[in-house]
Design a binder for this molecule. Structure first.
Ligand code: 6R9
Length: 659
């Protein structure tokens, strides 16, 4: 495993302060060890206890883990519950009815606070509206909306009725939307007229219409439209319904539809190493259990906290740590519509001060861009804001480099606030490896230790444990409640992707390389497959390649990542055109065109940062593209590897230059 055996040099250790330890829900090493020991001794019993203590069951489960059809595991399968009930009625019953659930701040800075009772009523009215349109448990709804209270309501209205939702990030193109509508066989689409980001209105509904025009979406019966801006939209009176009109005269109560523990709460599409995006299917009970436990143990949520996760509901982080986790534990949370740099790059710090956020959860890419901004625009430096309300901070989405960690720790957290660097994935549902603030000493850049009960390990190609200090494949050795249940419609791909036979078929293969230091701390080294991580967003190289070759000008394309100071990784595409290799000027024009094309095919996040043209791609005599070579070329590294098997060495010179 070359490249991930790097010996780590990070020796700084930040132990938790005695005050943090004594105040924390999981307080001290002994408390953590006791939980791990309990899970070790009676794995199913441990999760069963937690599921009984944390979830509200309509019908209690008697069976904990069903492994009879492994790796299609089932948890708490004969129990019945409703996820939205667990997040909303729970809070009406336990004295939180008038507590603020959501502090919403719009892109332009307007603030709207919603209590648990108001949220419950809004969700119920929308759910009743959806019911009145004839929708029933088991159908799928696509949600294509901006960050808003309404998007969270849409997710909960679906959950309340037993509809499986699939949120599509508002930055995805019409084509990506169409693929998801078709793959999920959705019958309902919930969207907005437009979204507002960085002071600009960006249309959403037209993308829905474009998606329909591509065909294959005939199963969609209705489109519910949230009026965000009042911008002009086309209207199909038979199909389109305004959300506010649909909800207006509905009852403010809506009895939940009880579902099985394993009922699919949602499908979320994510990039894999091959082909089209995978529809990651999650359960109801196991998923919610882990969302709650991690809110309680990782974020150590307390009644007076103001929690802020800056993710978008279009990603898994926005599902678990905005739409479900915080509500299930009765937290007050900030939901932000906009972007960190508008109207100025002190916006995050300004909002923390304004709303007195106490827990702040963001991504390394945001931190890096704000470091850069605070250097060029000193007024946006966190030191200019009162961040004394913060007590805990988190990081997610990609490895955080120690420099960014230190800056975050010193300048945002004032050296007082522990940082929980949480490693997890769309497929895992919630945190898997993370410090607990009252337990673990922190090392900048390490996600530290497994969450209690999570059997994380590092193995070699044959599935054997590697020694501490050595690199290998990150695996989870035992099934856990919030794990992916299936790839929607493709059980074979599920087994092949996550339980491949070469790792003896028993362990969940995460797709990340990792290293464990001599203290047992985990260090994530990044993906080992053809998945890139650009600004914390997962992109499959194959997906971008297929988008490129779908362009009439392109004969062949190979996409690799190269390290980028700001975005972690950047997309570099090597392209062979059907016409001859373009000169510099022509090349620039075509590169621009291809970038736009990829933006249309997938979404702006997938646009290659750089496109290089060659008469061919470097291939072995057997015709395989030499990707490792391309990676070296992309980062401008000297070519040291053996190129004797290369069919056409002359083209290397062409591919060295960016156009
Ligand atoms: C939650 C989320 C998952 C991939 C994962 C890994 C990377 C996420 C990380 C991290 C190092 C962390 N990743 N958190 N790497 N340290 N704290 O991001 O889900 O979009 O599915 O991405 O992100 O490579 O495999 P998802």
């Amino acid at each position: 495993m070359s490249g991930i055996e790097s010996v780590l040099q990070e020796n700084r250790l930040f132990p938790p302060s005695p005050a943090t330890v004594s105040a924390a829900t999981i307080s001290g090493q002994a408390a953590y060890d006791a939980l791990c020991a309990e899970a070790e001794k009676d794995y199913a019993g441990y999760w069963a206890r937690l599921a009984r203590e944390n979830l509200l069951w309509q019908k209690p489960f008697t069976q904990t883990l069903d492994e009879s059809n492994a790796p299609f595991f089932k948890w708490f399968a004969d129990g019945e519950l409703n996820v939205s009930y667990n997040c909303l009625e729970r809070n009406l019953q336990n004295g939180n009815a008038d507590k603020v659930a959501i502090i919403f701040e719009s892109d332009g800075g307007e603030v709207n606070k919603v209590t648990y009772r108001q949220l419950y009523e809004k969700v119920c009215q929308l759910a009743n509206g959806i019911k009145s349109l004839g929708y029933q448990k088991g159908e799928r709804a696509i949600i294509y909306m901006p960050m808003s209270v309404e998007a969270i309501c849409a997710m909960h209205a679906c959950a309340r009725l037993g509809l499986t939702h699939s949120v599509v990030f508002g930055g995805f193109s019409a084509k990506s939307l169409q693929e998801r509508i078709v793959d999920a066989h959705a019958t309902l689409v919930i969207c907005a007229d437009e979204q507002v980001r960085g002071g600009k209105n960006i249309p959403l509904k037209p993308a829905v219409e474009e998606a329909f025009a591509m065909g294959g979406c005939e199963h969609v019966r209705k489109v519910i439209v949230y009026q965000r801006t009042g911008g002009k939209v086309n209207w199909d009176a038979n199909r389109d319904v305004w959300m506010h009109e649909l909800a207006a005269n509905q009852a403010t109560d809506c009895a939940p539809t009880w579902v099985d523990a394993e009922h699919p709460l949602f499908i979320l599409y994510t990039s894999g190493s091959t082909g089209k995006p995978k529809g990651v299917q999650h359960s109801s009970a196991g998923y919610l259990l882990h969302a709650m436990l991690t809110m309680k143990w990782t974020f150590d949520i307390q009644p007076n906290d103001v929690f802020w996760c800056t993710a978008d509901v279009g990603w898994v982080t926005g599902h678990t740590y905005i739409a479900y986790g915080p509500l299930a534990v009765g937290a007050t949370q900030i939901v932000f519509e906009g972007i960190p740099t508008y109207p100025h790059s002190g916006r995050f710090w300004e909002m923390i001060a304004k709303h007195k956020a106490s827990i702040f959860y963001t991504a390394p890419t945001a931190i890096r861009s704000l470091i850069k901004a605070s250097e060029s625009t000193p007024a946006s430096h966190p030191r200019n804001y009162d961040l004394s309300s913060l007590r805990l901070m988190g990081s997610v989405g990609e490895p955080i480099n120690p420099e960014a960690w230190m800056w975050y720790y010193e300048n945002v957290g004032g050296k007082r606030c522990p940082i929980v660097d949480t490693w997890w994935q769309t497929e895992t549902g919630g945190h898997m490896i993370t410090p607990l603030p009252g337990v673990h000493g922190l090392k900048p850049g390490s996600c530290t230790m497994p969450f209690p009960g999570i059997a994380a390990a590092i193995v070699d190609e044959t599935g054997n444990d590697v020694e501490k200090g050595k690199g290998g494949f990150l695996v989870i050795k035992k099934p856990w409640p919030s794990m992916i249940r299936a790839i929607w419609g493709d059980p074979e791909r599920f087994v092949k992707s996550y339980y491949p036979a070469d790792f003896n078929g028993k362990y969940y293969l995460a797709g990340d390389g990792a290293n464990r230091d001599l203290d047992g701390y985990f260090w994530i080294m990044g993906r080992i497959d053809d998945v890139l991580n650009v600004s914390g967003h997962r992109l499959g190289t194959m997906e971008i390649e297929s988008a490129l070759v779908a362009n009439p000008l392109v004969a062949e394309a190979a996409v690799v990542g190269r390290p980028d100071d700001l975005t972690g990784e950047a997309v570099v595409a090597f392209v062979v055109l059907k016409q001859s290799r373009p000169n510099a000027e022509e090349g620039q024009k075509i590169a621009k065109e291809l970038r736009e094309w990829v933006g249309k095919e997938i979404g702006p996040i997938a646009k290659p940062k750089e496109i290089r043209f060659g008469e061919n791609l470097p291939k072995t005599r057997s015709g395989k593209i030499m990707r490792r070579l391309l990676r070296d070329l992309a980062k401008g590294a000297e070519i040291t590897q053996d190129i004797s098997t290369l069919e056409n060495p002359a083209i290397l010179d062409q591919l060295k230059v960016a156009q």
